[in-house]
Structure formats: C-alpha cells, structure tokens
Write a protein that binds this ligand. Structure first.
Ligand code: AMP
Length: 125
C-alpha cells in the first residue's frame, strides 16, 4: 500500500456501511470527526472501535492526507471514547492494523480500544 497518495477506498466496506446507517452498530460515541462502537467479536471486556468519518483505508493514508483538523478531531475523539468508557484510571490499549502483515480485515481506518482487565503482553502471535 502506498504511503503517499490515496489508496482506493472501497465504498462497500462494512464500516462505510455503518457510517451510512445501512448496518446497525452499538454506538459508544459520535462527533463531527469520528464514530465509535463496540466490536462485534470482543477480545477484552471492553473492545471498542473508533473510526474517522473521512474515507481513509488505514493509518498511513490518513496521516498523509487528512487535514490537521481531521487528525486533531480523530485523536481527541479517541480520548473522549476512553473517558466515556471509564478507562483512564486503570489504563487501556490502542491498536490499529495497516495492510497485509497486520491482518487488517476492514479497509477503513479504525483504532481498537481495549480495556477492562490486565491486557498482558503486547503481541500474541
Ligand atoms: P482489523 O482486523 O483490525 O481490521 O479489525 C476489524 C474488526 O472489526 C474485528 O475486530 C471485527 O470483529 C470487527 N467487526 C467486523 N464487522 C463488524 C461489525 N459489523 N460491527 C462491529 N465490529 C465489526
């Protein structure tokens, strides 16, 4: 995947359909920049996905091509989700997958927020 330029965006990816309201989600938070909802297959007691409203495949094209306002808005939205979930005191993990080696499944940028128990070592392979 090219880091510069904008890779093709699949308008039918599942998170695009959630953003358009075509598929339901268990919403946690929404603002001008981002939508957050519970992962359908949670890997921790709290497992929430935060997605930007713009059409970005993954972190690389977002960081390269999004406006400063989008980047700030998305970053602050992630923190707002953490606060809404009550995770600031006990801690949490943020993770985003990008491209084939990461096993990214959905080609719309998303940050996973994990929390609710001690999360153990960083990578399980
Ligand atoms: P990734 O492997 O980083 O692309 O993660 C994709 C995540 O999306 C997985 O954790 C899936 O369980 C989750 N997922 C897929 N479809 C849905 C859906 N309709 N609603 C909520 N989460 C979903």
């Amino acid at each position: 995947m090219a880091v510069s330029g904008k890779p093709p965006y699949d308008e039918q990816n599942i998170f695009a359909r959630i953003l358009r309201g075509e598929i339901p989600c268990r919403k946690v938070y929404e603002d001008e920049w981002a939508l957050a909802f519970h992962d359908i297959n949670p890997q921790a007691p709290l497992h929430v996905l935060v997605i930007p409203k713009g059409k970005y495949v993954a972190y690389s094209d977002f960081a390269a091509g999004a406006s400063d306002a989008e980047i700030a808005g998305y970053s602050r939205a992630i923190r707002a989700v953490v606060v809404a979930l009550g995770l600031e005191d006990d801690g949490y993990r943020l993770l985003t997958n990008m491209g084939p080696n990461s096993h990214q499944e959905v080609p719309h940028l998303h940050v996973h927020v994990f929390g609710g128990r001690p999360l153990g070592p960083m990578l399980v392979v």
